[in-house]
Ligand binder design. Structure first.
Ligand SMILES: C[S@@+](CC[C@H](N)C(=O)[O-])C[C@H]1O[C@@H](n2cnc3c(N)ncnc32)[C@H](O)[C@@H]1O
Length: 248
């Protein structure tokens, strides 16, 4: 049976308490996307860009926040561990620079193309249909270390993945829920069965659900009470789930 720890608490309080060595971090942090001027379409609140207070930073605070949580995962990720970080396109080089300063090696940026992005009501700009996933590995200072990279077929290994944003039965009330298909793709390439995978901004628990279906173990951290409830409900039928509460 695979194990999945759901930890309710702040990433900055929880990460220093983790003693396990992590095989891979696949993480979808706040994007700093929220925009108070965004028009909310009736019945399509989940597609607005104003996701909530957790996604509001000034630019400098966002970079500081990113550096601080990346610093905390550095000691717990195994020496050959993979790091996958979701980001909006505008922050790719900032995040890359931050983790390179911490000793990570950047390998590639993967583009996720959403086939059903929010429409451009005013028709004065592009639809925001692409997000980035940055891939780096840990512990490469002049050493030959092999990392997990499960190459399948040439036509499946483009640095591009295309899916709709999640809809229908897969969709929870979390406003920025990632489709399982995207996480499954990353899980297949960057991890193996029995690995321990960390998602320190877990939201609705997409990573844990995918990890269990693919026989991986996971640690999932989320500090928002409502999102944590959504995650617990979503994963209630998985036997290996253990819920922990770290006081903020
Ligand atoms: C982009 S969402 C993740 C969505 C997730 N991938 C899914 O599929 O549902 C980022 C999450 O990070 C959480 N978060 C923000 N700041 C946090 C912090 N300091 N500690 C723990 N969680 C935090 C937010 O509440 C939000 O649910």
């Amino acid at each position: 049976m695979n194990k999945h720890y759901l930890i309710k608490g702040d990433v900055f309080k929880v990460l220093p308490t983790i003693k396990n060595k992590i095989d891979a971090v696949i993480v979808d942090p706040p994007y700093n996307t929220a925009n108070k001027n965004t028009k909310i379409l009736k019945g399509r609140k989940a597609r607005s860009s104003d996701f909530g207070k957790w996604d509001y930073f000034s630019n400098n605070d966002y970079l500081k926040f990113t550096e601080e949580w990346l610093k905390l995962i550095t000691p717990i990720l195994k020496e050959n561990g993979n790091l996958l970080v979701f980001s909006k396109l505008e922050y790719i080089s900032d995040i890359k620079r931050i983790y390179e300063r911490l000793g990570f090696k950047h390998h590639a940026t993967i583009i996720w193309h959403k086939t059903n992005p929010a429409p451009q009501i005013r028709k004065n700009g592009f639809l925001s249909s692409c997000e980035a996933i940055l891939w780096a590995t840990h512990g490469f200072d002049n050493k030959k270390i092999s990392y997990t990279f499960n190459f399948s077929k040439q036509n499946e290994m483009h640095n591009f993945i295309q899916t709709p944003i999640c809809m229908g039965r897969e969709r929870t009330a979390h406003p920025t829920q990632k489709p399982k298909k995207v996480i499954e793709h990353l899980m297949r390439i960057f991890t193996n069965e029995k690995d321990l995978v960390l998602d320190c901004f877990a939201g609705s628990g997409t990573l844990a659900e995918v990890a269990d279906s693919m026989k991986r173990n996971s640690i999932n951290i989320e500090n928002d009470q409502e999102f944590f409830k959504i995650m617990k409900k979503r994963l209630k039928d998985i036997d290996g789930v253990k819920v922990l509460n770290i006081k903020s």
